[in-house]
Write a protein that binds this ligand. Structure first.
Ligand code: ZN
Length: 132
């Protein structure tokens, strides 16, 4: 079963939490034990797990990445979003979360984030659940 979530991002760069949307897909699947793959099929967005308790962590992360990989630079890519492509590659396009007792198994502070690096736009997030 593959579920497609459509997520709207509010600005160019943001870590947007999608934990509850993914958890709902898991609950609706009826799978008690297995793994949940969260996949972002884009080249300027990614997925990551990070602290969900303090929103300052997401802000610090985005700000630090912007400092490390500036939007303006000696980029060859004519679209003007090379920084977003690089950031998306560094983060990666997928995450895996175990499922037990029909729920995602996350650490106390962990949340699942769509990492937007070239928004605002609508993004697709694929959720693939494998029982076992
Ligand atoms: Zn591009």
């Amino acid at each position: 079963m593959l579920t497609r979530l459509t997520i709207s991002t509010p600005r160019r760069e943001v870590l947007q939490e999608i934990t509850e949307a993914v958890a709902e897909v898991v609950r609706n699947s009826g799978v008690a034990s297995g793994v949940c793959y969260v996949i972002v099929p884009h080249t300027t967005a990614a997925v990551t797990l990070n602290e969900a308790a303090d929103p300052a962590v997401s802000t610090d992360t985005i700000n630090y990445l912007a400092e490390l990989i500036p939007r303006e630079g000696l980029w060859l890519h004519a679209e003007g979003n090379s920084d977003a492509h690089i950031k998306a590659s560094l983060y990666g396009h997928s995450a895996i979360v175990p499922i037990e007792d029909g729920e995602l198994v996350l650490g106390n502070w962990q949340g699942i984030y769509l990492a937007e690096f070239d928004g605002p736009r609508q993004r697709l997030v694929l959720v693939k659940i494998i029982a076992g």
